[in-house]
Design a protein around this ligand. Sequence first.
Ligand SMILES: [Zn+2]
Length: 275
Amino acid sequence: MRLPGGIREPRTHHCHSNTTRTLTSATLNHICTCPVLGSHLQHDAVKDVLKHLVERLGLTDAAVTEALSVAPDGETIKADVRYTDIASGKTVILEVKTAFLTSDSSVNASARRGFDAAKSQLMAKERECREHPVIQGILNAPGNSTVFHPCVISASGGMGPHFVQFLRESYERAKVTGCWNMAAQPDIESTWNTRAASTYWDMRLSAAVAVTAADVQNRLIRRDETLNLRVMGSPTATPTSRRTRVALLNLHGGGRQLPVRGRCARELALLRFRC
Ligand SMILES: [Zn+2]
């Protein structure tokens, strides 16, 4: 948004429930988290790649997305990805959380200062995922056989430390299951510049969230620009004032004789009669 040709400030933004707000350089980050066009799209893009990942790394035969999971007290949660680990036989739940490290709601001025600040925010999101009451109920149940992994990823593709550790362990498993060498998996998209599973899937995950976030933000900006266009008058409006008539004539060539058809022709004839 800071590049030449980027959006101008202050900017009238058309937000949810037909509300408008004026965005300045201090609040422009709202575009990153605005829910109007679906901020969940980034989350869903990562979720779909994760399902693909655990299956193609040979961790499971089949993973399910949006899987209803029940705690002992009857409370439920839709697990983003759930599968049975082939090696351990345990149920694994992956919960995706996207983080916007520059959004007004998640950061203050001091937290923008470096990698440690970003990492601490990602870790806070991980704790938030893990402390969900239903997840805690499942994990603390007697005889529990469920493993939980919070998969926190920023809008620019940076991952939380637990997510990174989960991926490292998964890639080690891929070396055993024969899914490490991408050249041996020709049915997976091969145009990505890598021969190792770790690089391939890291790129897929980061690109999923970054590309989707950029697409949503671009459409939000274009939507605002369209809704902010000035309306100068309508060629089909009933002329009721001299100003309207002049505007209408200007629209059709400044009052000069031009070939017109249909309704426009009838309106111009009516205008000349009234003038
Ligand atoms: Zn908004």
